[in-house]
Design a binder for this molecule. Structure first.
Ligand code: SF4
Length: 173
């Protein structure tokens, strides 16, 4: 089973109330090959909400107690992000997830780069809190740019690949 960020699967869960839908994420969910999580919603935040960034490090540092997650108003939301990461891990382990395709740059889901905590648009290399916890537990974490038919070959069977290549979602059974 595959895990995908809910916003990639078309759910309007982003801080601005929108989504960043990717067709392959939608199809994987429709085919029952992927499940979704939105750590920020699981943390109890509403949509829309104040954006948050990791201050003083990356998700790995947050897990180690060396960095914090702070929203644009300066409110420390670290505990909520940590709780959500633990929930996401529990869901992933309960569903035998081996790979997660997560939204880049998010303080929860980012897998390669995250914003640097100054709300200036600048980024640093590193993962979000949930991505870091999943990776620490042996789950491969990838981003939306990795979500291609070629990259999915190793995670789903050939019949699924054929269905993913089919543009008509009504044929997904
Ligand atoms: S990037 Fe992750 S935390 Fe942010 S809206 Fe998407 S699923 Fe939710």
């Amino acid at each position: 089973m595959i895990l995908v960020s809910a916003c990639l699967a078309g759910f309007n869960v982003r801080y601005d109330g929108g989504n960043v839908q990717q067709d392959l994420a939608v199809k994987l969910v429709a085919l029952g090959k992927a499940i979704t999580v939105c750590p920020e919603i699981m943390a109890g935040f509403s949509t829309p909400r104040e954006p948050a960034e990791i201050a003083g490090g990356t998700g790995k540092d947050v897990l180690a107690g060396k960095a914090r997650v702070v929203n644009r108003r300066g409110v420390d939301v670290t505990d909520q992000y940590l709780a959500a990461a633990k929930m996401a891990l529990k869901i992933a382990q309960g569903n035998h997830i081996t790979v997660a395709f997560l939204k880049q740059k998010s303080p929860a889901c980012g897998t390669r780069i995250v914003y640097n905590g100054h709300f200036s648009g600048n980024k640093v290399a590193g993962m979000g809190v949930t991505a870091a916890l999943l990776a620490e537990h042996g789950i491969a974490v990838k981003d939306e740019e990795d979500l291609t038919i070629d990259n999915l070959q190793q995670f789903v069977d050939q019949k699924t690949i054929s269905l993913l290549e089919n543009n008509n979602l009504n044929n997904c059974h």
